[in-house]
Write a protein that binds this ligand. Structure first.
Ligand code: NCD
Ligand code: ZN
Length: 360
């Protein structure tokens, strides 16, 4: 049922096509939240040190599966959630060898390669310093049909923070699209009208993920009554006109746009800090946040395709066979969740009331 005023919304189980699960005690603390909501997730490789080889990706995958088994044994998640599938990625560097890409292509568990411009965001120091450097790796990816995931911001200090995505399109993405016409590209967590327009119009296989927070908030949220660090992420929230363009893209039915939470947990004390970390923690209430955004746009009937169809179709994986139900019920987002080693992590919109809640 998706009519206005409906009390429940049942849709194919969604996947999260952009997720930070961290490692160690933090991984153990957060993995259940994603597993309760989603069937699968594309897991970001920006650990310290980054996941640069297939062997490291395999080890990280084993640690994620072990954390899930632990959460199941502790009664924190049910048997269905314990079957959550982490889809692994490699972190592209200036020196990624084409052989590593070929190994990734045949591994069966590495589904994409992530490009962080060096210094663009959390744990991106080992990222690409010049797009010309990993050329052989990009050619191997095109050959192996392994998607390239882009953190689409230039790092040039001369470019205004709010313009870095638009400038990335001109300086990096357009040439990349021309030079590698068959490479499957995902422009991750887009935040601007320019990015949505580019993805809609570009030639060749390209898609974009959109977070719930970029659909719900504009940059005023960062400064509402004072600096609000839990709304700080990269790419940073933009003006209202951009938020509206993203809502139009997400709710427009175009298969090039799909769900990626970019849930990026940091310990509370590192967010509420003189130099706070970038990242919004949305995993525990991701679908509830997306449902709010789609309902506000009068487009709840478009949520299923955005959340559950377009992603697997682009990644050439089967859509999930089971379903989830959201219920119209007002509830308050908690102030914090455990984050391992005595730390807490504050979810986005802590203390606010949401209108939808995932059943079970
Ligand atoms: C991410 C993180 O914390 O790992 N932070 C963020 O603000 N999104 C990195 C990223 O995806 O840019
Ligand atoms: Zn991210």
């Amino acid at each position: 049922m998706t009519e206005a005023g409906a009390q429940t919304l049942t849709i194919t189980r969604p996947d999260d096509w952009h997720l930070h699960l961290r490692d160690g005690a933090a991984l153990r603390a957060v993995v259940g939240a994603s597993a309760r909501q989603f069937g699968r997730a594309i897991v970001m490789p920006n650990l310290r040190p980054p996941v640069v080889t297939v062997a490291q990706a395999g080890e990280y995958r084993s640690r994620i599966l072990a954390a899930l088994a632990d959460a199941r044994a502790a009664g924190e998640i049910d048997a269905r959630a314990a079957g959550f599938q982490p889809l692994m990625t490699l972190y592209l560097t200036d020196n990624t060898a084409p052989e590593e890409i070929r190994r990734a292509g045949t591994s069966g568990f590495v589904h994409a390669v992530k490009l962080y411009p060096a210094g663009a965001t959390t744990n991106s120091d080992s990222g690409v310093t010049d797009i010309a450097r990993p050329r052989a790796a990009l050619e191997a990816m095109q050959q192996a049909d392994l998607p390239l995931l882009l953190h689409g911001e230039v790092t040039d200090g001369e470019v205004d923070l709010f313009d870095r995505e638009a400038v990335f399109i001109e300086r990096v993405l357009e040439p990349l699209r021309r030079d590698f016409p068959a490479l499957r590209i995902v422009f991750e967590h887009i935040t601007t009208r320019e990015a949505a327009d580019f993805v809609r119009q570009a030639d060749g296989p390209i898609a974009a993920t959109i977070t719930a927070h970029h659909l719900l908030y504009n940059r005023n949220a960062l400064f509402a009554g004072g600096v609000r660090p839990h709304w700080y992420c990269l790419p940073v929230l933009k003006r209202e006109q951009h938020r509206r363009a993203l809502v139009a893209a997400a709710t427009g039915g175009n298969p090039r746009f799909f769900l990626g939470t970019d849930s990026a947990p940091h310990a509370r004390h590192l967010k509420e800090h003189a130099c706070g970390c970038a990242g919004c923690y949305t995993a525990p209430h991701a679908l509830e946040l997306y449902a709010s955004a789609f309902e506000a746009a009068g487009a709840l009937d478009r949520l299923e395709a955005f959340a559950g169809f377009h992603g697997p179709d682009f990644y050439r994986l089967p859509r999930n066979g089971d379903r989830v139900t959201l219920e119209r019920r007002r509830w308050t987002v908690p102030d914090g969740h455990p984050f391992g080693d005595g730390d807490r992590v504050v979810p986005l919109a802590a203390g606010e009331v949401l209108d939808w809640q995932l059943r079970g």
